[in-house]
Design a protein around this ligand. Structure first.
Ligand SMILES: [Cu+2]
Length: 263
């Protein structure tokens, strides 16, 4: 490696996650945007809540039905109406439901841009205080799609590389079985080794690439060269669900790089 004083190893570990749960506030106190859901009801100590989720098919559909039944058994005064919808439904109809002050009491959302906008509407309840005692027990399932434990931040570069230099990067999948097709923008790279096994001529992986197949627990060592252009570029998982929910980072090709080995 040409980079002095020693090659930079950029370790990029990806972790897994699922959607987040958002709840709509039914209180109008403290905010002019408070909603009044017509789908929840309370009478004689009995509460009925509507829940929109995307489990339209088994096995998850059956799991949620069982969960709703179990919750009602544990809390006989609470009935949850399980309402499955297709994924696209949430992108188009949740904003409409919120704008019309007729949202479900609980709904599924994927963290990221759409949820950020909905939070700004003031119509969602912050559940942090209610879940902080146990949410950690869910492990990665509640951790969000992250790179090196961080979500995408469009306002800053995670690291800088130096123009006209090479770097050696380590891309490590520690997400517990999820696969991530990782796409590096701007320059193509060469995979040097996968899980400690050198990639040699004749292997399909020997050619230059801009996307790598990062299978469960894979560790890929690659060589990447930055030629005559400077500027900011993204690295992201090419699974669009992961990508759209913050499994992404941006880096900067600059006149002077840095030695950040865990950006
Ligand atoms: Cu992914």
């Amino acid at each position: 490696m040409r980079r002095s004083p020693k090659p930079v190893i950029v370790a990029i570990a990806v972790t897994a996650a699922a959607a987040t749960i958002a709840a709509c506030s039914s209180s109008s106190s403290g905010t002019s945007a408070g909603s009044s859901s017509s789908t929840s009801s309370s009478a004689g100590g009995q509460v009925t809540l509507s829940w929109w989720n995307n489990a339209t098919a088994d096995p998850l559909k059956g799991i949620w039905v069982s969960a709703v039944t179990a919750f009602h058994t544990a809390h006989p005064n609470v009935t949850i109406q399980n309402v499955p919808h297709q994924n696209e439904f949430f992108k188009t109809n949740m904003p409409i439901a919120l704008k019309s002050n007729n949202p479900p009491d609980i709904y599924q959302q994927w963290g990221g841009g759409a949820e950020a906008t909905q939070i700004q509407s003031g119509k969602l309840a912050d559940l942090t205080q209610y879940v902080s005692g146990w949410i950690g027990t869910l492990g990665k399932a509640a951790a969000g799609w992250q790179v090196n434990g961080k979500f995408m931040d469009c306002t800053r570069f995670r690291f800088k590389t130096q123009v006209n230099e090479f770097e050696r990067w380590i891309i490590q999948n520690s997400s517990g079985g999820w696969q991530h097709p990782v796409h590096i923008h701007f320059e193509e790279f060469r995979i040097l080794s996968r899980n400690g096994v050198a990639v040699k001529p004749g292997s399909i992986e020997f050619a230059r690439k801009d996307v790598m197949q990062l299978r469960g627990n894979d560790r890929i060592e690659l060589l990447i060269r930055f030629r005559d252009m400077v500027g900011g570029y993204p690295i992201h998982c090419h699974n669009t669900v992961h990508e759209d929910h913050q499994m992404m980072m941006i880096y900067n090709v600059a006149d002077v790089g840095d030695n950040n080995t865990r950006p």
